[in-house]
Design a binder for this molecule. Sequence first.
Ligand code: ATR
Length: 271
Amino acid sequence: MKLIEDRYAVIGHPIAHSRSPQIHAAFAQATGQAMSYERILAPLDQFAATVTAFRAAGGRGVNITVPFKLEAFAYANQRTARAQAAQAVNTLRFDAESILGDNTDGAGLVTDLIANHGVVLQHQRVLLLGAGGAAQGVLLPLLETHPACLVIANRSKDKAQALAARYSNVTACGIDELAGESFDVVINATSAGLHGATPNLPHGIYSTHAFAYDMLYGAQTPFLQSARAAGVQRVADGLGMLVEQAAESFLLWRGIRPPSRDVLAALRTNA
Ligand code: ATR
């Protein structure tokens, strides 16, 4: 007899590149969960209809990626505190009447930094580059690690100010105003790397034992290359964040924390 599998999916546009099916298949296998996980390409103007159709067909939950995280926030009828803070949703769970929206991106980032890379955030000076959706999704979990300070720097200063204004303990500035500042942890949440670029940071921005983290993945992202060129020895790309945010989604859906470190190691080997 074939087990009935619970259905999950990742929805985005584009979606063909997504590594989430591979990650969730590995989690399901490691934890013995009977579930399937597929990619769904939603037309740009059909996000809600696409989710509704998946639910009607028995879907139990979805991950949401670019460009639908704001629409997913609106689609949910219940939201976790971290989704509320992010004003964006990357995970939906479907129960009888409820559509729970969560945002696991920030937890994924913080877990990757602390558990996988041994980075200390508490009492450290943390700089977050960018003020778009990627930055917005991770602010609350970063703040909850109690850094000495959290600064958002963005090319357009007004966007950083608008984002920082939602929190009492975040400061904002333009990337061109960073001269003379120094940070222990620098996190790139800009999309510059997608265009082969990186924010132009002043000399001295990295403290002596600084850690540089790119939320994009790939060993040679422009940001990580520039950090290495600035003498930073401790760097990491965002592959671990991808796996850890998936692990948080899996926990929300299945009530089981999967072995994310093993899956990350396997993914790196096969990268
Ligand atoms: P995402 O959802 O991926 O964060 P977004 O909302 O379009 O995408 O935001 C992109 C972010 O990358 C913004 O902070 C953007 O800066 P601006 O607000 O000034 O546009 C930043 N960004 C993109 N290209 C950049 C570059 N070449 N240098 C510095 N910042 C860049």
